[in-house]
Design a binder for this molecule. Structure first.
Ligand SMILES: C[S@@+](CC[C@H](N)C(=O)[O-])C[C@H]1O[C@@H](n2cnc3c(N)ncnc32)[C@H](O)[C@@H]1O
Length: 347
């Protein structure tokens, strides 16, 4: 397909996802006003100028994503990769589950798990209904709904944000021979691992996460297509089950805002330990307050609307200092849309 046509197709695809996200949220919010209204004043109103800035940032993200695909950083097919079957299959379930999410939010129930969910052995900071979601991260239903929820939250920008880690990762690994090992810490349902495999087929991908059901979902996704099946391990990122200096690259997407401050440092220290000297560690997470003061009201609303208990601290945390205190150096920081990136070197 000529480039201009592919670009047009990609822009249309992203606009479709944006429209789906806006429409879903508008309808669900209207329904909530009738069925389970939130207390007035519990969140601040977002000015129209902020929403238009947000739209501009989203368009910029789409453009830079397209440019990377056009430059061959990753295959253009990645731009259109979407778990459609799951989306159609699980959208009705997500809608039917929404009233229980509202109920949990209204009653401030943050540790509400079904009788069949085994919460033993997990750190207490983890045993919560992050995003008010049913069963937290600990059921198959939660794993089935997760990608759809994130797509709706970010109006289709979740994968474009994850793809921002690929250019620095590729720049680093392209200089190496053999099969460089890449670890995704808190790999969730495996979307980043799939992107890494499609972009760097020579790499040996590894994934670690605390949730057995999310790992099962990742395995389902990653075994659908040919390519190296990443080694997936259930483990706490605070004690990664790997030897020192094992990985040429370590990445982590959307994890650190969900960790208490001290755990954030422990996990960064662990990522340092398992990364080889000369290796790279790349983080993608939420933007922080100092990046976009205009988005501060949204960042203030986020922890209560989506039950993110550690987000407030994260939003002003000095991640660069944490990386440097672990031993990383030459930390490069950048922002795209609602996300922030740290690319740090070891040794
Ligand atoms: C917001 S999700 C992000 C998942 C995935 N990286 C993505 O891009 O969608 C957070 C993930 O971190 C995992 N997680 C949270 N705390 C963890 C810990 N201490 N060790 C390992 N995984 C953890 C959760 O199980 C969940 O899959």
């Amino acid at each position: 397909m000529p480039d201009t046509l592919t670009k047009l197709a990609y822009q249309t695809f992203q606009q479709g996802k944006q429209a789906f996200g806006y429409t879903h949220k508008t309808l669900i919010n209207r329904l909530r006003e009738v069925v389970s209204p939130v207390e007035p004043g519990s969140t601040s109103k977002i000015p129209a100028s902020t929403l238009s800035l947000l739209k501009q940032r989203l368009d910029e993200l789409t453009e830079v994503d397209w440019q990377d695909a056009e430059a061959g950083v990753y295959p253009a097919s990645l731009l259109f990769d979407n778990p459609w079957d799951d989306f159609f299959k699980y959208y009705p379930m997500l809608v039917f589950d929404t009233p229980s999410v509202w109920e949990r939010s209204k009653k401030k129930q943050y540790q509400d798990f079904g009788a069949d969910v085994d919460t033993d052995g997990y750190p207490s900071y983890y045993v919560q209904n992050f995003h008010h979601q049913t069963d937290g991260y600990l059921s198959d239903m939660s794993a089935n709904l997760y990608d759809l929820q994130v797509e709706l939250l970010f109006n289709g920008a979740a994968d474009p944000m994850r793809r921002r880690i690929l250019a620095p990762l590729k720049r680093h690994l392209d200089n190496l021979t053999g099969n460089p090992k890449v670890l995704d810490v808190a790999c969730g349902t495996g979307r980043t691992l799939k992107m890494i495999r499609d972009t760097l087929p020579q790499a040996s991908p590894y994934g670690v996460d605390l949730s057995p059901t999310y790992l099962r979902k990742a395995n389902e996704l990653l075994s659908q297509e040919p390519g190296t099946l990443p080694q997936l391990i259930q483990a706490n990122a605070e004690a990664l089950p790997y030897l020192d200096n094992y990985f040429e690259a370590t990445v982590s997407v959307f994890l650190f805002h969900e960790l208490p401050a001290d755990v954030r440092q422990t996990v960064i220290n662990e990522c340092y330990r398992v990364t080889k000297p000369g290796g790279v560690f790349i983080i993608c997470d939420s933007i922080q307050k100092s990046d976009n003061p205009e988005f501060a009201p949204m960042m203030d609303n986020f922890p209560s609307v989506f039950h993110e208990p550690y987000y407030r601290h994260y939003s002003t945390d000095d991640m660069q200092s944490r990386l440097e205190s672990a031993g990383f150096h030459s930390v490069e920081v950048s922002n795209h849309f609602m996300s922030k990136y740290w690319v740090a070197k070891k040794g």
